[in-house]
Design a protein around this ligand. Structure first.
Ligand code: SAM
Length: 314
């Protein structure tokens, strides 16, 4: 027999009947009956203009947006704008994201909170902005970047209640969808394995950070992050957008997994480096696929040939 939302404490989860929970109307929502999906001709390209205007992309044409925006913390690519102007820029990019996403398409934003005096909850600002733009929030993953703080001594007052502060080991991965909860039916295959599905539907992900030096960008995320999201949220041949492409990590993961990508990167030098990185990935894939017995070279039997690679990116 199925379980119900417990009136006291926490119930069991098998075959869970959550109607009592939803009948309490925590939130008024209006589902969209839009079903149009458009195939974008703009695929596998990085456009070197601002993502505030994505008029190159048709409405309802993108299955998944994954991004890590600038954090406004003085990296070499950060502008001199005020925090308010920075939020206006982000809002415009995510407004365009809403337009280009297909019904049920997902938008996933990796973001950290900032500073200590006071702590700036950027994840809160972004969540609020996304809700105001009409997205449904679908969950939040804590990305645990390390187990210990390494050399960080930024603990405030040492062993004194005067002013101790937290040393963050995590960032957020905020997940939203457009208009509805389910993706529309797609002809492509799902590619996630049972093991990865079990791991990646949990809300804490343990992934080491990427080295800025290795990919020649000041603030990359590891390819494993978009890899998990693409496998979880898209079918093969779907289109994945990153409006702040940086070193191309999202595109690399898309190519690995047999999806198409499109991105914006305002800095032409980063965009060129990202394109090199993407070409290298594609080359490794075609070498492995041309090998007479790729399954012997990469003996992970439950995965597709592309996934067997784990590729040049590691
Ligand atoms: C945090 S980085 C993205 C890093 C990326 N996830 C990676 O793994 O390399 C943000 C990027 O957004 C770019 N950028 C900033 N403002 C932009 C805008 N308005 N349109 C497009 N790209 C922009 C910056 O040049 C920077 O490379």
């Amino acid at each position: 027999m199925g379980t119900k939302t417990a009136k006291f404490g926490v119930g069991k989860r098998e075959s869970h009947d959550s109607s009592a929970f939803y009948e309490r109307r925590l939130q008024q929502i209006a589902l969209s009956d839009e079903t149009t999906i458009v195939r974008s001709d703009v695929r596998n390209r990085i456009l070197t203009t601002t993502a505030e205007n994505m008029s190159d992309l048709a409405s309802n044409s993108v299955a998944l947006m994954i991004t890590s925006p600038p954090y406004h913390v003085g990296k070499e690519y950060d502008s001199d704008s005020s925090f308010e102007e920075f939020l206006v820029m982000l809002r415009q990019v995510f407004k365009e994201t809403y337009r280009v996403l297909e019904p049920g398409g997902r938008a996933v934003i990796n973001v950290a909170n900032l500073g200590r005096r006071p702590y700036v909850p950027l994840s809160h600002h972004v969540t609020q902005m996304m809700l105001e733009l009409g997205f449904f929030m679908r969950g939040e993953v804590i990305w645990q970047k390390a187990k210990g703080a390494g050399g960080s001594c930024a603990w405030g007052s040492w062993r004194s209640p005067s002013n101790p502060t937290f040393r963050d080991l995590h960032e957020y991965i905020l997940c939203f969808s457009k208009g509805r909860f389910e993706r529309m039916h797609r002809p492509g295959r799902a590619t996630i394995s049972k093991e990865d599905f079990m791991r990646d539907t949990l809300s804490i992900w343990d992934i080491p950070p990427e080295s800025a030096k290795r990919v020649a960008h000041p603030a990359p995320f590891p390819v494993e992050l978009p890899r998990r999201l693409i496998n979880l949220y898209t079918f093969e041949n779907d289109l994945v957008l990153d409006p702040f492409m940086g070193s191309g990590s999202t595109a690399v993961a898309a190519v690995e997994l047999g999806r198409d990508y499109v991105g914006y990167e305002i800095n032409a030098q980063y965009a060129a480096a990202a394109e090199d990185r993407i070409r290298n990935t594609a080359r490794v894939i075609s070498d492995v696929e041309a090998a007479p017995d790729a399954a012997v070279i990469h003996p992970i039997t439950t995965r597709t040939k592309r996934q067997k690679l784990k590729l040049a990116e590691g």
